[in-house]
Design a protein around this ligand. Sequence first.
Ligand code: NAP
Length: 469
Amino acid sequence: MSLATEGIAAGLGTAANPLRVAIVGSGPSGFYAAEALLKAPLAVEVDMLERLPVPYGLVRYGVAPDHPRLKQPTVIFDKIAQSPGFRFFGNVAIDRDVSLEDLRATHHAILFACGAEADRRLGLPNEDLPGSHTATEFVGWYNGHPDYRDRTFDFSAETAVIIGQGNVAIDVARILCKPVDDLRQTDIADHALEALAASRVREIHLVGRRGPAQASFTTKELRELGEIPGCAPVVGAADLALNPACSSELERKTNFIAAANVETLRGWAANPVAAPGKRIFFHFLRSPVAFRGDARLQGITFEHNALTGPPFEQLARGTGELHDIACGLVFRSIGYRGRPIPGVPFDAGRGVFPNEAGRISGAPGLYAAGWIKRGPSGIIGTNRADAVATVASILHDATNSEATGLNRHPKGGSAGLLAALDRTGTRVVNYEAWRRIDSEELRRGAELGRPRQKITRIEEMLALAGLPP
Ligand code: NAP
């Protein structure tokens, strides 16, 4: 018996009893999961919940405004949203507007694609001194995320430090250094444009705890830092010295990104550019050990590290040698963690929902995809295969419901969900209403010669969606 016909025999996945799946989160993994579900050879209905009134998660609020090509997947997401069987429930947060129990009652499966919204911590005293921020806050702020739009950053000091050497750190450095007139051509939030135009930051220090061979940024993003008008990358030859284990890491063919990164950095070290304006300094093998300052940040003390361990498993160990960078601003860009949701098993060490092939451990009917499933790694496209794998688990469980125990009784789906949301007085933004917000952002942007002017207040989004205050 094929997967599909087994499902039909059990009644789940037929027109009379469609498989009803609630997806929590509307970023890439949520949309790719919806696509895979709606292409399945079963009758499937997908209700996508998003706590903000607007969709697309990190594509809207994480991708840097000067990287518009990376936002192109929204064209595909928009097509997926037009599929029969898909419904969008914007401005709906689990546990705020609808409980997990309600969702279990209305849907056969709940797929969490809610990303990794919290930050890793360094665990140092004074980590939260005024002037010390997470990259998440800064990225959310310049991208007009309603949660972060009212944050303030003091750009009056000339020196800023970024801790961590991934692509988010690179985005932060680039936005700090790019000429504001270049940013004016993007959909960066208006408040960010205004504040960055007055910024006095001229020196940015990008600091990594391991060496250049272990930095996790990609070469294209690294090279972009060498192409910013009026800004020069600076790296000392001593920072690029490699131990034998690093050299052997770089020799491995599959490690070509690290090899190209090191080559790029060596090029900058060998041919220093006279810095006309701003400079981005790269420092390797340094860990922060203290944030200095009383009322606000005045500097950071770093300890030099040496790498120990075999190739690809090298860890940074402090040497005791200290080094200080005076600065007024620091962005901690050391990765993300998922947030727990009451009733859903949570691995507090890794910040993910523990799972096997997307099935959340010990919680039948609950699934995970994307960063909340595997941790915060990869590019947007990585989430497609990841979501497809989780959907394969859901379809398997649905078509073998007797063996897997997935509840196969007919469920209320979107009608049941709407009734539950009515009880809590939730103002639901459907996809048509999102398109009204979208059109208005595009219209305002066009008037200014920009791709879009983002609306950053939830109440204004809801008013444009036609919902009463
Ligand atoms: P990431 O690539 O994991 O980088 C995190 C950085 O923080 C690493 O350098 C890591 O060093 C460092 N770190 C972690 N814990 C630390 C600690 N306690 N002390 C000092 N340093 C610490 O994460 P990300 O930059 O947040 O990016 C997340 C994902 O989004 C990545 O897959 C990234 O490629 C992707 N992304 C892509 C783009 C793009 O394609 N343009 C843009 C933004 C983000 P260790 O290696 O030593 O752990």
